[in-house]
Design a binder for this molecule. Structure first.
Ligand SMILES: NC(=O)c1ccc[n+]([C@@H]2O[C@H](COP(=O)([O-])OP(=O)(O)OC[C@H]3O[C@@H](n4cnc5c(N)ncnc54)[C@H](OP(=O)(O)O)[C@@H]3O)[C@@H](O)[C@H]2O)c1
Length: 349
């Protein structure tokens, strides 16, 4: 049977990898949604749409009458946590409703959530967190989105599912959350300045247990959720499957970048990387890199947040495995692979 996926948020660190993965699978027709046009080659069709504008969303999406799957990975960042709810629920509703109304054969809606539903961003929380744990004190936009899907699925012809990843690792530009580009650019700049690769975070974050999720691994699981009987109307935590401490993976990063390992020296990357644009432009020129604007290559506030997390971040991922998705990978090997991909793409020297 023909499968047609709409990837909502197709330019993001999650969405662009999913578009690539569906393209490789071959048996999917793919439509990507975002405001920007794609900056990469793809066999997907792209629709440029501002999902905060309901009239625009209806005008541009109501012609999609043969969609079988919606994979939702759009995101609007707001400075205050409590302000995420309104725009992020609106984008979900404004994308799903027009497509669901037009596509009578819609089978499944997948939602990407995150560990922040447990309050992993607020401070120490119950670890390992399990899917049935209650959310932190609301508001939480993932919670709002999930409740909307649950309510609207009743009596509908489609099912839904959600994955809750932690710190997704992959490639994207101009997005607010991407730890791998931040580490790669920070290391490149440190090396150019003749500095060792120091850990710029808090001493407690150097020691704490952490976990991440490879964007390819996440894309594999998203498609599994879309197609597996066992995943229908279920929520799953997802990570690479292992845990690590930054102090145990940092020397591998230094080896990759051919640098000395430095000590912990806590700095605000948001503050200390603010004046590095001329240096970055010089590096781009010197090593013949892609001319990616400095403001788009790394979002330093997110790196400050990740490296400031001086409490354990652990979720229980057994539910996903027990329901039939057994894949896992080693995070240290993932980081090296992704840094090499950035090198091959001429994003870093
Ligand atoms: N990145 C992580 O480490 C991470 C970890 C755990 C959970 N998550 C969750 O996963 C979800 C996706 O995150 P992400 O990091 O992949 O996001 P992202 O990289 O910021 O991508 C967001 C996508 O949404 C699109 N978008 C934003 N505003 C839009 C609008 N008004 N209309 C249409 N499209 C719009 C963006 O494209 P345009 O800008 O071109 O519109 C982009 O394609 C979020 O809920 C996030 O909280 C992310």
């Amino acid at each position: 049977m023909k499968k047609k996926a709409v990837v909502v948020g197709a330019m993001g660190v999650i969405g662009r990898k999913l578009v690539a993965h569906l393209s490789e699978l071959g048996d999917w027709e793919i439509v990507g949604l975002s405001r920007r046009a794609p900056d990469f080659e793809s066999r997907a069709t792209f629709i440029s749409v501002d999902l905060l504008d309901r009239a625009e969303a209806e005008a541009k999406l109501s012609g999609l009458d043969d969609v079988t799957h919606i994979f939702y990975a759009a995101f609007q960042a707001r400075p205050k946590w409590a302000d995420h709810g309104v725009p992020n629920l609106a984008m979900l509703v404004n994308s799903v409703e027009p497509i669901a109304a037009a596509s009578k054969g819609l089978q499944h809606i997948h939602l990407v959530q995150g560990n922040k539903i447990y309050g992993s961003h607020l401070g120490p929380f119950k670890t390992p967190a399990r899917e049935e744990d209650p959310p932190h004190m609301l508001p939480n936009f993932y919670w709002d989105q999930e409740q909307w899907l649950r309510a609207n699925q009743i009596g509908a012809g489609w099912t839904w599912s959600a994955l809750r990843p932690q710190t997704v690792c992959g490639f994207a530009l101009g997005n607010p959350m991407n730890i791998t580009t931040c580490i790669a650019v920070y290391a490149t700049i440190s090396k150019e300045l003749g500095l060792p690769l120091r850990f710029p975070g808090k001493p407690g974050a150097w020691e704490a247990v952490y976990q991440v999720c490879d964007s390819q691994h996440l894309a594999n699981a998203m498609v599994w959720c879309g197609e597996s009987e066992a995943a229908q109307n279920e929520v799953f935590n997802i990570t690479n499957g292992d845990f690590f401490r930054w102090k145990n993976v940092w020397s591998g990063f230094a080896k990759f970048f051919d640098m000395e390992v430095g000590d912990v020296q806590t700095i605000s990357l948001t503050e200390f990387m603010a004046d590095k644009e001329p240096l970055w432009n010089m590096i781009v020129e010197k090593y013949g890199l892609q001319p990616i604007p400095y403001k788009d290559v790394a979002a330093w506030p997110f790196a400050d947040y990740v490296f400031g997390t001086d409490w354990d971040v652990m979720t229980d991922t057994l539910k996903l495995r027990l329901h039939g998705f057994p894949d896992c990978l080693r995070s240290d090997e993932m980081f090296t692979r992704i840094f090499q991909e950035f090198r091959d793409m001429k994003v870093i020297p």
